[in-house]
Design a protein around this ligand. Structure first.
Ligand SMILES: [Zn+2]
Length: 334
């Protein structure tokens, strides 16, 4: 079981004051200040079949947008350092979440860069180096809006990232997202249409495909669990039961390991923050709550007991290391 949180400034569509059409701004951090401790509290009260606490992999936002508004791209790592150290001490992992947002002077907004590959490499290098200066060694990544291309995957591989968790097998999006406030096009592009449902070492020539021994990268891609054509969101109860039962059935069928991987965002579990939202906002956050995170974790425990199959909570890098060890020893099951 791999539980993940993309951890970033409070998002505009959840009612925060941040905007895509402001170059430099003061972000609000309620998701981190209130949401992260609330999630921490819930996961620490759940244990796996080996009597170990549930664990979270927190992907902290670091990229050029953060640099412009906060002074350095690794601001979150530095500013909330005490919080990450506490969580790591409790068994969690700190990973990296990078949005390839680039300021557009013509459109006057932060827009997802999907063409200039040199700039993308620059953006990844910049943030990685800023994180390293704060003495964090990140080995796992989740890309903003799930975007990857061959160059970004190779770049993460060259930065010695062990595991990436951006894939949404079978899904793609072609940039229809607009800023709700000024109707500017922001894009939301990703393509995982050819990606397999199981973990894989991407080909250096096609990030969506499993590479042959000669041309595969060292980075492991662990895809999100997809239920009924949508990624499994752990703090939303839609199809959680199905996702959980499917993972256990897969483990039984293959007499080996199966991964269950779900995401959440800390800013979406703050009830008081969300109560103020109406209309458009409410539709997008429907069903997201800290109680539903708790219910999802209960479902995992119940399914394990009912089906008599043990389960283990792991961080992204722990899970990757187990997979890589098994793959190297020839015991690997998908
Ligand atoms: Zn994000």
């Amino acid at each position: 079981m791999i539980l993940c949180a993309d951890t970033e400034p409070d998002r505009p569509f959840l009612g925060s004051s941040s905007r895509y059409n402001v170059y430099c701004q003061k972000y609000s951090w309620n998701g981190i200040r209130i949401g992260v401790p609330a999630i921490d509290n819930v996961i620490r009260s759940h244990i796996d079949s080996y009597k170990e606490n549930a664990k979270m992999t927190w992907f902290l936002r670091a990229d050029e947008t953060v640099k412009v508004s906060c002074g350095n791209s690794a601001y979150l790592f530095e500013h909330f350092d005490y919080l990450w150290k506490k969580l790591m001490h409790e068994g969690d992992e700190i990973g990296w979440h990078c949005h390839l947002f680039r300021w557009s002077d013509t459109r006057k907004c932060w827009k997802q860069e999907i063409e200039d590959r040199k700039w993308m490499e620059y953006c990844l290098d910049l943030a990685y180096n800023d994180i390293a200066k704060r003495r964090f060694k990140v080995t796992s990544t989740s890309m903003g809006w799930h975007y990857h291309n061959d160059e970004t995957m190779r770049k993460l591989d060259s930065l010695q990232i062990i595991v990436d968790l951006s894939a949404l097998p079978g899904l793609s999006s072609h940039g229809k997202l607009q800023d709700i406030y000024n109707k500017t096009s922001l894009s939301e592009c990703y393509d995982w249409s050819l990606a397999p449902l199981h973990p894989y070492f991407p080909s250096s020539r096609n990030y969506m495909k499993e590479g042959t021994l000669n041309e595969r990268l060292s980075i492991l891609e662990i895809p999100s669990t997809i239920v009924r054509g949508k990624p499994w969101i752990i703090d939303r109860m839609i199809h959680s039961d199905e996702a959980v039962v499917h993972a256990f059935s897969e483990a039984r069928q293959k007499k080996g390991r199966a991964f269950l991987l779900g995401f959440l965002h800390p800013d979406e579990v703050i009830v008081s923050h969300l109560n103020a939202l109406k209309g458009f906002f409410l539709k997008h956050i429907k069903g997201l709550s800290i109680q539903n995170l708790e219910r999802s974790l209960n479902l995992i425990t119940e399914a394990s007991e009912r089906m008599n199959i043990p389960f283990k909570y792991m961080t992204a890098t722990q899970a990757a290391k187990v997979y890589i060890r098994d793959a190297n020893s020839g015991e690997g099951e998908h």
